[in-house]
Design a protein around this ligand. Structure first.
Ligand SMILES: C[S@@+](CC[C@H](N)C(=O)[O-])C[C@H]1O[C@@H](n2cnc3c(N)ncnc32)[C@H](O)[C@@H]1O
Length: 371
């Protein structure tokens, strides 16, 4: 039997369930949060509020599934030291670029110099790999490869690499409605469901490179104005096996969900263009692994082991705060495996901002301590 409206909304934490009016997109994607698209992140305002509730002033925070770095960026804004782990090399590169305290003059000089040389047609396109040949039109391919050849000449090469990845994402041969995980290159004109007309795949990348270089510079400068002089450590590896350091005052995280997103595959173009290390075999809950019984059991074990390692890295009064959509009810077993005890939980309405009725989406915030 379908839940009634009343049952659906019972026990919601309205302070964590923002409407579009309370929290417009501009705020949710403020400063570096929109440096590069990333499927599956949580919003900075939720993280800020969870810090306020569960992290002591100047406390140190750990995120073992740090993704695009929302926790680390907000820790810098809220005045906390932090550490973040991720298995995906591109996510770690993105986090480093977001959280490094760049020298503002050097940053501006490098980005403008690289762009000026790109506009003068400097740089070498070289030989494209089969992936690059298949997924980009000839002009877009040349633009991207030339920009890539220039990036390495600068101290802020990693910032330029993020610009390159963002431009590559926009310039792929895809349809407008299939940008997140396109399966095949879209080589000719197509009927676009999004724009209700015939559209053509992108042919060039120069306009994206220009626009994103300047946007990246502006966003990093905006963040420099609000960040506190705190430390954010980015650790690349499998959170089940890495030494997490510590002690931490709190863990704040949103783990991957089973069988939903492939975190390496969503940035495939970046791995191909930047030659990054692909460790998708160590992703917990990857979509590729599916949701059969063995995959779910592996997921419970994997997340349980990470949270156990987090619990061991916590100070005695520290809390583990986990944002989940646990529709399979896996977290009681996960917390038990991790030696954690549930202290409280909040429910929040996620798509309250869209105003849609269909496909209502709720999340739970679990707050646990060592058993
Ligand atoms: C839901 S996302 C986190 C998103 C993050 N809260 C944000 O706002 O960007 C989960 C992350 O866990 C990472 N992950 C999956 N398996 C991992 C593992 N074994 N060790 C460390 N990170 C892992 C994925 O690469 C992904 O970036």
């Amino acid at each position: 039997m379908a839940a009634t409206q009343e049952q659906l909304y019972a026990g919601l934490d309205l302070d964590l369930s923002w409407s579009e009016q309370d929290l417009p997109e501009r705020e949710r994607t403020k400063h570096v949060h929109r440096l590069h698209p990333y499927l599956g992140k949580y919003i900075p305002q939720l993280v800020e509020e969870l810090f306020r509730r569960h992290v002591p002033p100047r406390g140190r925070v750990l995120d073992p599934f740090a993704g695009s770095g929302t926790t680390l960026v907000q820790a810098l804004e809220s005045g906390h030291d932090s550490a973040g782990v991720d298995i995906a090399a591109f996510n770690c590169l993105l986090m480093r670029v977001k959280t490094t305290a760049h020298n503002p003059f050097g940053l501006e000089r490098d980005l403008r110099a690289a762009l000026a040389r790109f506009e003068r047609c400097e740089g070498r396109a070289g030989r494209p790999t089969p992936y690059v040949r298949a997924w980009f039109a000839p002009q877009a391919r040349d633009d991207l490869l030339r920009f890539r050849s220039l990036a390495g000449d600068y101290e802020h090469a990693d910032v330029l690499r993020i610009v390159l990845a963002r431009a590559a994402r926009s310039a792929r041969l895809t349809s407008h409605f299939d940008l997140d995980l396109p399966r095949e290159p879209q080589v000719g004109p197509y009927w676009c469901h999004k724009h209700k007309r015939e559209c053509r795949p992108v042919e060039r990348a120069d306009h994206f490179i220009r626009r994103y270089t300047l946007d990246t510079l502006a966003r990093l400068k905006d963040f420099a104005r609000v960040r506190k002089p705190k430390d954010a450590a980015v650790l690349h590896g499998d959170a089940r096996r890495l030494d997490l350091g510590g002690p931490f005052d709190a863990v704040v995280t949103s783990p991957p969900y089973p069988g939903l997103i492939d975190y390496h595959e969503q940035h495939r173009y970046a791995y191909e263009l930047l030659g990054l290390d692909d460790r998708r075999g160590e992703e917990i809950g990857a979509a590729e692994q599916g949701t059969a019984k063995a995959a779910i059991a592996g997921y419970v074990e994997g997340i349980g082991d990470v949270l156990a390692a987090c619990a061991a890295a916590l100070k005695p009064r520290g809390r583990v705060v986990v944002v989940v959509n646990d529709r399979r009810d896996l977290y009681p077993a996960i917390l038990e495996r991790a030696g954690l005890e549930l202290e409280q939980s909040y429910r929040r309405h996620v798509n309250r901002r869209t105003g849609r009725r269909a496909g209502e989406y709720f999340e739970t915030v679990l707050v646990a301590r060592r058993a």
